[in-house]
Design a protein around this ligand. Structure first.
Ligand code: AMP
Length: 114
């Protein structure tokens, strides 16, 4: 989608600090980090929200999680821990309507989240 900023990052049309990429997934550092490490993992395929996913996306959703775990290892978050979260719809805090996983680490996290 040409009006989706994350599609444009995936296409290389907008700059991003890339942390990881493969044929299905790309990950980049968040512009406004909420933790010392804050990486966004996105599918190259446009899905607006998690609600657009169906059984045809099972592998892709798994790849997002596995990429986040691999990046966490690469960034040495696998000792202290990290958080992986996806906001779905504005009421949950979603502001960019292209599915993405937030990988957050480098500080303590409280529960329940705000
Ligand atoms: P969410 O609010 O869950 O939809 O998360 C969207 C995230 O995208 C926010 O944490 C923003 O700071 C981040 N963001 C928005 N535009 C960009 C961009 N061009 N590059 C990197 N991160 C971005």
């Amino acid at each position: 989608m040409t009006d989706c900023i994350f599609c444009r990052i995936a296409a290389g049309e907008l700059p991003a600090n890339i942390a990881y990429e493969d044929e299905d997934v790309i990950a980049f550092h968040d512009l406004e980090p909420q933790a010392p490490t804050h990486v966004l993992v996105i599918p190259r395929q446009h899905l607006s929200t998690l609600l657009d996913a169906d059984t045809g996306h099972t592998l892709l959703l798994g790849k997002l999680q596995l990429a986040a775990i691999e990046i966490a290892r690469q960034l040495s978050l696998d000792k202290e821990g990290f958080r992986v979260v996806t906001n779905c719809l504005a009421g949950a805090g979603q502001s960019v309507f292209h599915v993405h996983v937030h990988l957050l680490g480098g500080r303590a996290f409280s529960w329940p989240p705000g």
